[in-house]
Each structure stands twice: as C-alpha cells, then as structure tokens.
Design a protein around this ligand. Structure first.
Ligand SMILES: [Zn+2]
Length: 458
C-alpha cells in the first residue's frame, strides 16, 4: 500500500528550488577559489567564517554568531628527508599537522599497512627507528585503520619518527593531523606512493638503510571560530536539531570535496528551509560551521563544552562532513537502532538514494556529540567497504572535481531530513547516559583507533 507523505508539498518546493538553482555551486566556488584551504591559523580561515556567517544572515537565519575559542595552533615549516646510508638520496616529504621541529638520524623500518598485527610483529624492534606505514588497510581486517592510529601505534612502539606513505599513485603525499589539538610527541611526515615504493625496494635490496629527517614546524596557541545560526522553531524552540559540517581544509589543498562540498550543502539546506519552512517549523534547526576539524575536531569539542546546558535539548545531530562529494548520501546512525524505522519512513517519502545503517567512527565532528550521548549520524554510505581517500587530503582535492548534482542531492536530502527531525512528534531516541556511551566506546570495532589514542594519553 502506498503511504501518504505529509511533507509532499514542502518537499516539492525544497527539491524544485535546489534543482533550479546553482547557488550551492557559487558558494563552493567562493569557499575554494577565494579562500583557498581555509586552514586553521590562516587569514583565509577567518574570511571563510565571515562569509558563511554573512550568507546565513542574508538567507534570513537568526542568532548568527561567530563563537571564538582557543586551540593548539600549528604552522608548517620545511621538512627534508634523505637516505644517508648505504646510498645518498633526497626525497620530497611534507610534515603532518602537529609535527614538532626535530633533527633525527635513524634506521628505517616498514610496518606494511600499519595494522595491529603488523605492529605486533614489530614487537620491540621499533625502538628509536623511523617507522614507515602505508595509508591503505588490509582488506581482511574489515575496518579502516586511520592514520592517527598508525602514528599512535608507532609512538607506543618507541619509534623516533613516523613516515606515512600514500596508497594512491599520482597524487603526491597525503596529509592529515598526527594528534587532536596538541603538539605530537614525535615527528610525522608523509611521502608519495612512488617514494614509498622506492624506500621499500631499498629495504629489500640493502637490508638496512639509515635516513635523516629534519622538520621545522611551529606549534603555538591560536584562536578559531564556529559559526552558529538558527531557524527558530515555532512550538518548542528550545528543542533543537543540529546540522553541521566543518569549513577548514588542509593547507596543501582547496579541500573542495572534504569538507567544502558538505559545508555548502549545509548552507543550501539552510537557504531552502529558511525560504519554505520558517512558519511551519516546530523545533529549532541550528546550522553549525565547525572550525579546526582537520586538526582535532576542535570546534566540535569546543561547541559541546560551551553549550553543555543545551545538550539535553538536542534531538538529533546530522554531520554532513564532505557530504556533497561522490559517496552515497545515506544516513549512518551512530548505534541508534531505535531510530532506523524513523529514517526508513523518511527514505520512502524522499525517493532518493539514501541507504540507512549503523556505524560509528571517531574521525569527524559528530564524535564529541556521540561522546556526550547526543543522538547523531553522518551522511555517507553505511554499506561501503573500508577504503582510502583517493585524492582526499592531497593537493588534488580541487573544485572542478565536485559535481553540482552531488551538491543538490546532499542538500535536498539534508534539508528534508532536518525538517522531519524537527517536526515529527515521535522521535524514538533519548540522550544516552555516560555509562551507555562508555560501553560502546569500550567494545565497538569502529572505535579501536580511539581506544589506542586513550592509551597514548595516559
Ligand atoms: Zn572532513
């Protein structure tokens, strides 16, 4: 039997507007071409925050604020990497965010893809060595081993420095921070796949090679901003739905796919909901552009601390990090089985490719909300196998790779999902107790990397 869609008329307005408009791509062009990487600590970061806040105001949103916060800043210096024995060779490398300044000469050792069994095989032989790991993950492991986990396992193994090797040919070195919001304990750098393969051949041919690594990066305190804007609810405005994405990218890249494609989709959802839903919205939809995600989810952690007294009133948090890119625009719930029927009903009404599933990871802005027990999801593909970033986090994450159709799909799904979360009277999820959160943190396979980071902290 066909079910009635009570949102049909507003769905048509929202989707019709988005698909007969190119505002979302114009906003992406400004973010990428005018403000470049928007990397934490650059003047373009602040310009991007101001542009987003001006755009929210222009679209008629209320309570538009730039919320300032301090964080551990980092500025890239030049890095050099050379083989010193048994041959002499210079290789191109880049420091990874939070790398300290250092000058180290040590023996190179490879841990392959840097999975837990490969690190176990290293046993005590990592002491003082330069530990090299590829960015890919073994397929049979069933999960993606994140760069941070590989780095942290290297630190725990006693390495003197970490070398991250891209798995993709032709895209140069892949960047990504070593720690969250603090200077890293040992240097970490990245080389391209081709140089990583060369180093692997050298290890095979010579058995033992010695390398020198010099880094000159600067770690110093800085300030950044979250941009917050509301579409107030008419019945219970204190109850809120959050729709967010970070706006900062990595300094070597435009960050067009990650995160800007998601950021402009959030802005587009705000535009159409402000145009068509202002009078009928029951609860408040709050849009957040998070700062400094790439170096530690700092903006999101800051938000949950600063808004601690409102967390009980957050019905749901939708994280749209990089959502306007090529991945499917599904609802990936963070272990909220009770919410699946709600989103499956929405799926039937939307007639869009929006798979619904459950999976949690600790590497984007939903995670601070997850830790506080707030019901949350990210937009993505719950069915996808663990895979690498492709051109993500490289110099090649550029504007022309983002398709307007993907931005339209992400923003039209995001807007309609936010509307349903705000207006349905039944929403079968309540904030989790810290005990219930802890149980998931202790056992979920997707949070193995987070458990390693806790080991390093203590
Ligand atoms: Zn991102």
């Amino acid at each position: 039997m066909k079910q009635r869609n009570p949102y049909l008329s507003i769905d048509r307005q929202i989707v019709g507007d988005i698909y007969t408009n190119r505002e979302v791509l114009d906003n992406l062009t400004v973010l990428c071409d005018d403000f470049g990487s928007r990397f934490a600590g650059t003047p373009e970061e602040h310009k991007a925050a101001s542009f987003i806040s001006d755009t929210f105001s222009r679209y008629g949103l209320k309570n538009v604020e730039l919320e300032e916060y301090p964080y551990a800043g980092w500025t890239r210096g030049t890095a050099t990497l050379s083989i010193t024995e048994p041959i002499n060779r210079h290789l191109h490398c880049i420091s990874l965010p939070y790398c300290p300044a250092a000058d180290i000469t040590a023996e190179l050792v490879s841990v392959g893809q840097g999975s837990p069994p490969e690190y176990s095989a290293l046993a005590n032989t990592g002491d003082g060595k330069l530990v090299m790991a590829k960015s890919s993950s073994p397929i049979d492991l069933g999960r993606w081993v994140h760069r941070k986990e590989k780095y942290e396992r290297a630190v725990l193994a006693g390495a003197s420095a970490f070398i991250f090797v891209s798995e993709h040919p032709g895209v140069g070195p892949e960047t990504g921070s070593l720690q969250n919001n603090r200077p890293a304990p040992i240097p970490g750098i990245s080389v391209c796949k081709e140089d990583g393969d060369f180093l692997t051949r050298c290890l095979e041919r010579y058995g033992k090679i010695k390398m020198q690594l010099k880094t000159t990066d600067i770690n110093e305190p800085r300030k950044s901003w979250n941009v917050v804007a509301d579409l107030p609810g008419n019945e219970t405005p204190e109850e809120m739905i959050l729709v967010g994405c970070h706006y900062d990218g990595h300094d070597i890249s435009q960050g067009a796919h990650d995160p800007a494609s998601g950021m402009v989709s959030v802005i587009e959802a705000a535009r159409v909901l402000s145009t068509y839903a202002t009078d009928l919205l029951k609860r408040t939809i709050r849009f957040i552009a998070f700062g400094t995600e790439e170096i530690g989810l700092t903006g999101a952690f800051q938000y949950v601390e600063a808004h601690d007294n409102e967390l009980n009133n957050i019905r749901f948090m939708l994280n749209m990090d990089a959502a306007g890119g090529t991945s499917r625009k599904g609802i990936v719930l963070h272990k909220w089985d009770s919410l699946e029927p709600f989103f499956l009903t929405a799926q039937k009404q939307l007639h869009a490719d929006m798979p619904v599933g459950q999976k949690v990871h600790s590497y984007s802005d939903h995670f601070p909300f997850f830790l506080k027990g707030v019901p949350s999801c990210h937009m993505g593909d719950p069915t996808s196998a663990p895979s690498g970033r492709g051109f993500g986090h490289t110099a090649y994450d550029t504007l022309e790779k983002v398709a307007l159709e993907n931005l339209r799909l992400a923003s039209s799904i995001g807007a309609r999902i936010a509307l349903r979360c705000a207006n349905e009277d039944e929403f079968p999820a309540k904030r989790r107790s810290s005990n219930d959160v802890q149980k998931i943190v202790d056992t979920d396979p997707g949070l193995e990397g987070y458990r390693i980071s806790l080991k390093l902290k203590t």
